[in-house]
Write a protein that binds this ligand. Structure first.
Ligand code: MG
Length: 371
């Protein structure tokens, strides 16, 4: 199998009513993000996944490349496969399983070296019995496994199997559809973290599992720009009226630069100068919001989320107080966070030093992420 063209197909078109709530379960929030977005980020963070396609119900939207699903799950998968068109292999995954451990993906891709399909399975730990027969005889569970997703397939084989599957017949999963055309399916060890969100309590359990697996990172950023006449004053993405503005290669938004450095610091990936060198003419006069959004996208690509931003602007003038809320809102919009996750503070230096003399503005930021 070639190392490229591995596509993740996330199926999020179901109604998912058993988990409770008015929203289909794959759109319910876990740690502030819809389940489907957790799954997408897990695949995005895996180095071997080249492309991610999400199948949605009519009228729904999600991050990234999306396709509209069909009436039954297998119709949705079929639509997704047809939309992918060409690939070496595909991992078909249910959005109701928001936590996707990278090592399960590794095991599936390794198993595909010698098989057309591979699925993660777990042993059955509980006693199984038939309900209708007053529990009757218990069932021998040694021969049984729980089958999870993602399920990995040779792309051409699973697309052909879906096309050949009889219209009138239901299928429990894609492995069954592949077996339907005579292919064997390999099994790899699954993971309890992959458990499906089905009932209301499952969401809280997934939240606890997710939190336990994440590390909090805190990093700071600091920046200074010179105040000069004839420049605009941009602070936190807001144009603040003042008789002077900040000079620099970009729009010189000292506040966004400090936050960008703090965000980059949480993933230890250099600083704003590393990613947007002042020597590069592309960044002349650039809006600093794009620097911040790029830094945030690097955190997201590692499966991380930004929890909190605390910004301090240090200047004698202008007064920041009246601009505090607009700046909070601006940063919240840039980062896709709630206003309550952004703190904006300001201080003077009692007329001391360069900020006290009005020669420049300094900003410092502390950002907390989880990843
Ligand atoms: Mg700067």
């Amino acid at each position: 199998m070639a190392g490229s063209d591995i596509v993740a197909l996330i199926v999020a078109a179901g109604k998912g009513e058993r988990a409770g709530g008015e929203v289909p379960k794959q759109f319910q929030l876990l740690a502030g993000l819809p389940l489907v977005e957790h799954a997408r980020r897990a695949f995005a963070a895996h180095p071997r996944i080249d492309r991610i396609v999400t199948v949605l119900g009519e009228g729904r939207s999600a991050v990234g490349e999306t396709v509209v699903g069909g009436a039954a799950r297998r119709d949705s998968v079929r639509n997704g496969l047809e939309a992918i068109g060409e690939a070496t292999c595909v991992l078909i995954h249910d959005a109701a399983r928001p936590i996707v451990p990278a090592d399960v993906i590794d095991r599936l891709l390794a198993a595909l070296q010698g098989a057309t399909g591979a699925v993660p399975v777990l042993p059955v730990a509980d006693t199984l019995a038939t309900k209708d027969d007053a529990l009757g005889d218990s069932i021998d569970r040694s021969a049984l496994v729980r089958v999870q997703t993602p399920q990995a397939f040779d792309f051409t084989a699973i697309l052909a199997a879906h096309r050949a599957w009889p219209e009138s017949e239901e299928a429990t999963d894609d492995a069954q559809i592949l077996r339907g055309v005579g292919h064997a399916v390999a099994t790899v060890a699954g993971d309890p973290l992959l458990d499906k969100i089905t009932y209301p309590g499952d969401l809280a359990l997934a939240g606890a599992r997710l939190g336990a697996g994440m590390r909090v990172r805190t990093a700071m950023g600091f920046d200074v720009h010179r105040l000069v006449e004839g420049e605009e004053l941009w602070l936190g993405g807001v144009l603040v009226p003042h008789d002077k503005g900040l000079s620099g290669h970009s729009d010189a938004d000292v506040a966004l630069h400090a936050i960008t450095d703090a965000v980059l610091g949480t993933i230890a990936t250099g600083d704003i100068g590393t990613h947007f060198p002042p020597s590069d003419p592309r960044w002349r006069g650039a809006e600093s919001g794009q620097f911040l959004q790029h830094a945030a996208s690097l955190v997201a690509a590692q499966g991380g989320t930004i929890d909190f931003v605390d910004l301090t602007i240090i200047c004698e003038a202008p007064k920041i107080g009246p601009w505090r809320e607009p700046i909070r809102d601006s940063i919240a919009v840039l980062l896709g966070l709630a206003r309550t996750q952004i703190s904006v503070k300001a201080t003077t230096t009692e007329r001391l030093g360069f900020t006290g003399r009005g020669e420049g503005i300094a900003a410092q930021a502390i950002v907390t992420t989880r990843l």
